[in-house]
Design a protein around this ligand. Structure first.
Ligand SMILES: NC(=O)c1ccc[n+]([C@@H]2O[C@H](COP(=O)([O-])OP(=O)(O)OC[C@H]3O[C@@H](n4cnc5c(N)ncnc54)[C@H](O)[C@@H]3O)[C@@H](O)[C@H]2O)c1
Ligand SMILES: O=P(O)(O)OC[C@@H](O)[C@@H](O)[C@H](O)[C@H](O)CO
Length: 369
């Protein structure tokens, strides 16, 4: 069984690569990072270390790499042989990945073996976005051997520097939930959970783990912290995090069938993950892509707008919007773009145009500070 995985970064090597390897796949990583691809081709393997006391280490073997900048032609053979294609590149990169896959797809689909294509990104229904980008190029795909399941991936993998460049340290917890209805073929992966309806799982994850992370990053930075672990030692951050997650809990339990008790249990587990002393996760990583995170369907604005419309408390999420607009990671191109939009249009104009907030909610958000 062969896999092509786009994005040989932290989640690609540390999570998706490990699951595929455990399922017996030979993995070809495709990436634009020459150093990583050269190392994959030289080493043919790497080690995943679990970040806990006496944590285990797992050797991932049978891997290789394609540098999609220097050798895009190598992708053809890899796609033709693939049983699964996955991505972990960042949701905004998916249209570029679509352009890499599309030229080889028709030929691959003449082969009756099932092919599943799955985007493993932090966004609601990211595979649908990849599928749309692919079908914009190919037209409607009528082959019955292709599946585009959406998925939710959860495992904290910080940016890190290790002695061996490919090795990667990951938290012990992981969860990969896949949309069963869209899966092509009968051979499923061991490890992921398959569900009929993914929306409850992806939104619960995004609006708890990722909204929580955003709260720690954007508020923690105003208090001068650099990492999640450091910020979580401050009771002010803990209190704010609890307030934010109480609001997203109201959204999750109103929209889906999770009970308050189930959600409280889920939150407790996540807060323990945020205080893992064996991980050092930079607030700049957790807060990266600030414009994406302030998008209408993302982790802050979607629950905020819902709670506002329902007349429910949304004060902490409103403050979170304001902390996000004040983030200061100027190495992030999205931060630079946001800063320039805010200086041109003001915060009010930015939130109305970019986040799609109605003017009464925009004013309310601004007045929380
Ligand atoms: N790190 C985490 O804790 C975590 C957890 C769950 C989900 N995610 C999601 O996984 C995705 C990847 O995150 P990450 O932390 O692994 O980031 P990362 O920066 O470590 O890895 C992304 C990789 O994609 C590569 N890339 C960029 N453009 C590319 C292109 N055009 N073609 C091929 N490769 C390209 C980069 O070179 C990099 O190696 C994001 O959507 C993120 O939200 C991350
Ligand atoms: O990757 P982002 O930028 O969408 O979000 C940053 C973090 O919240 C995220 O990467 C988490 O670590 C991850 O989603 C945990 O599963």
């Amino acid at each position: 069984m062969k896999a092509v995985h786009f994005g040989a970064g932290n989640i690609g090597r540390g999570f998706i690569g490990k699951v595929l390897h455990d399922n017996g796949f030979e993995i070809t990583f495709a990436d634009v990072n020459k150093e990583i691809i050269d190392a994959l081709n030289a080493e043919k393997g790497y080690t995943v270390h679990i970040a806990e006391e006496n944590g285990a280490s797992y050797d991932i073997t049978g891997v290789s790499g394609i540098n999609t900048v220097d050798n895009p032609g190598q992708l053809e053979q890899a796609v033709l042989e693939a049983d699964i294609i996955t991505t972990a590149v960042g949701v905004n990169i998916l249209p570029i990945i679509a352009k890499s896959i599309t030229p080889h797809l028709a030929k691959r689909l003449e082969d009756p073996r099932p092919l599943n294509i799955i985007a493993c990104e932090n966004a609601v229904m990211a595979t649908d976005a990849l599928k749309e980008a692919i079908t914009n190029e190919t037209g409607k795909l009528t082959a019955s051997n292709i599946g585009f399941p959406n998925s939710a991936v959860d495992r904290i993998v910080p940016i890190q520097k290790n002695e061996r460049i490919l090795d990667v340290k990951v938290e012990p917890f992981y969860e990969w939930v896949i949309e069963e209805t869209e899966w092509a073929g009968t051979d499923k992966l061991e490890g992921p959970n398959y569900v009929q309806d993914l929306m409850p799982y992806i939104e619960r994850k995004l609006f708890t783990v990722n909204t929580g992370h955003a709260a720690i990053a954007y508020y923690g930075r105003t208090l001068g912290y650099d990492t999640v672990y450091e910020a979580m030692t401050d009771s002010k951050v803990q209190i704010f995090l609890n307030e934010v997650l109480a609001e997203t809990q109201d959204y999750i339990t109103a929209v889906y069938d999770f009970t308050a008790e189930e959600q409280e249990h889920y939150i407790d587990k996540i807060i323990k993950r945020f205080t893992n002393p064996h991980l050092s996760d930079d607030l700049n990583r957790v807060g990266r892509g600030v414009m994406r995170k302030l998008g209408p369907n993302d982790r802050i604005i979607k629950p905020l707008v819902y709670l506002h419309n329902e007349g429910e408390n949304h004060e902490a999420l409103s403050k979170l919007v304001m902390y996000a607009t004040k983030f200061d990671n100027t190495e992030d191109p999205e931060q630079v773009e946001m800063n320039s939009l805010i200086s041109e249009k003001g915060i009010e104009g930015f939130l109305t145009e970019h986040s799609g907030l109605e003017s009464d909610l925009t004013k309310e958000v601004i007045n929380t500070m």
